[in-house]
Design a protein around this ligand. Sequence first.
Ligand SMILES: Cc1cc2nc3c(=O)[nH]c(=O)nc-3n(C[C@H](O)[C@H](O)[C@H](O)COP(=O)(O)OP(=O)(O)OC[C@H]3O[C@@H](n4cnc5c(N)ncnc54)[C@H](O)[C@@H]3O)c2cc1C
Length: 501
Amino acid sequence: MMPAHVDTLILGGGTAGCALAGLIAERSSDTILLLEAGPDYGSLHEGHWPRELLDARRIPVSHDWGYDSGPFLPGRRVAYERARVIGGCSAHNGCSAVWGTHWDYDGWAAAGNAGWSAGEVLPLLQAVDRRLKVRRYEAEEIPPYQRAVHDAARAAGFAASADMNDMAEDEAVAYCPVNNQRGIRWNTAFAYLDPVRNRRGLTIRGSALINRLLLERGRVAGAEAIIDGTLHEVRARRTVLAAGAYGSPAILLRSGIGDPRLIEPHGLRVAHALPGVGRNLQDHPAVAVAFPGSRELEAASAAFERSHWTPEELVIVKARSRQARESFDLHLFSEGGRVADGSDAWRWQIYAAGLLPRSRGQLRLASVDPAAAPLIEHRHLSDAEGHDLAVLADGVELIRQLASQTPLARWLGAPFDAAILGDRRAREGWIRARVVHYWHPAGSCAMGSDPAAGAVVDARGKIHGLEDGYVADASIMPALPRANTNIPTVLVAERIASWLT
Ligand SMILES: Cc1cc2nc3c(=O)[nH]c(=O)nc-3n(C[C@H](O)[C@H](O)[C@H](O)COP(=O)(O)OP(=O)(O)OC[C@H]3O[C@@H](n4cnc5c(N)ncnc54)[C@H](O)[C@@H]3O)c2cc1C
C-alpha cells in the first residue's frame, strides 16, 4: 500500500537515499516513504538481486539511466552513467572506498558550512566504513598488473601508504580500500535498508518516477510521482530530495525552483527563485593512457585469474601536479584486464584524474517530461586560467614516468600515443579531445550560506527559502573532495540524518 501522507518522504532510493531512510527508520518512530525510479529487489537474502549488480569485479550497465554529453561535445559522446535501481550508483559502482583529505572537509566548513569539518565528520566516516563492510586487500590478492603499477610507483619515488584514508597523508601509492563482502558489492540498500525492511511504518516503493515537489505557502508539502502509469500525490511533514547530482536539480527545476531563466522557457511557473539550482556542477576530469601490453602480462594475468577473484581498480597513486598547493591533487589509477566483449582481447590503461577542478558545468531541463534526460553540460577543462588542463597534462607526464619504471616497462611497452604525449602542446590537444569524467558528478545543489552566491541548501541540507524541504546527496557537496565520491555521499546522508533525527 502506498501511504498518502507520511512524516518523512525521501525522493530517490540511491546511495544517499537508502542510507537516509535506514538511519531515520532506526532512530525515529517516523512513518517513512522511500520512492525510487528503478526496481527494488528486496533484501539480499531474498535472492532476487541480478547477479551482475552483486559481482563487484565489473561495472554493469544493465540499470543505467542512459545519460550522456548530448550536444555539448561535438564529434563524440561521453556516457554519464547513473544507476536506476534501489541502492543507486552504490549498486553498480567500482567499490573504491575513499575518504579524501582533511583539507576537503575543513574547506567545506571554512566556506560557512558548520558541522562539516574533518574533525566533526571523522566519526561518521568511520561509521560509514563499518556499515559498508570496507576492507583492505592483502598484497597477494592484488592482480599482477595492479601489483606492477604499485611497484612502479614505488620505483618512481612514491611512498607506500599505510592507509589510503589517512586524511593527513600527502603523495603516496596505496592499495585501495573496497566495500565488498566476499565479492558482493555492498551497496547502501544492503548496508542501511536491509536491517530495517520489516520495520512498521517504513514503505519502500520502486518503479516510482518523481515528477516534482508540491509547494504550499512557502513549504515543501510533498511530491508528485508516476507509479504504474498513474500520477500520485504524497504529502509529508518533511521531504528529502536524494535523486543525485543529475536527478535532484532536475526535480527542483521541474518544481519551478531555480533560476527563472531556466524555468520559464518550459512554460513552468516560477515557484521559488533560487539561482544556484543546476549550477556548480563538477566532476573529476580524467584521461586514460593506453598501452599495448605483452604476452607475458596476459599470461601472468590469465594465470592469476584462474585462481583468484580479480577486481579492476585496486591501486591508487595520490600525486601532486605542479599546480598543487597543500596536498596531492591527482589520482593515477590503472584499469587492466580482459575486454568485457567475450573476445580474447586485453586492455591496459592508466588514468590520471584531476581532483580539484576549477571548471564548473550546468544542468538544465531539456523538457518538462520527467522521463526525459536533462541537458548535462560538464564543461571540463573550461576554467579561464587553464588550471584543470595543466593538472591533467602533469598527470599524463607522471603516467609516462610510471610506465617507464622496470616493473611496468617490461610488461606494458610504450603508450600507443607516445609520440604525441612527449610534446607538451600536442599532449594538451590530445587531452582535450579525450577528457572524460571519474564518475563523480556533484555540486549541482550546493550547500552554503548565500543563495545569491549560488547556494541551494544551507549547511543542514535545508532548501534556502523553503520550509520542510531538504536535499541530501552528492549534489550538495560545495566542492569535490579529493576522493571517489561514494563514501563522501554516504557521509552526507549520515550527517543530515544526524540532524533530522
Ligand atoms: C559507474 C560508476 C562507478 C563508480 N565507482 C565509484 C567507486 O568505485 N568509488 C566511489 O567512491 N564512487 C564511485 N562512483 C561514484 C558514486 O557511486 C556516486 O558518487 C554516489 O553513489 C552518488 O550517490 P547519490 O546518492 O548522490 O546518487 P545516486 O546513487 O545516483 O542516487 C540517486 C537515486 O535517485 C534515483 N532517481 C533519480 N531521479 C529520480 C526520479 N525522477 N524519480 C525517482 N528516482 C529518481 C536514481 O534512480 C538513483 O537511485 C561511481 C559511479 C558510477 C556511476
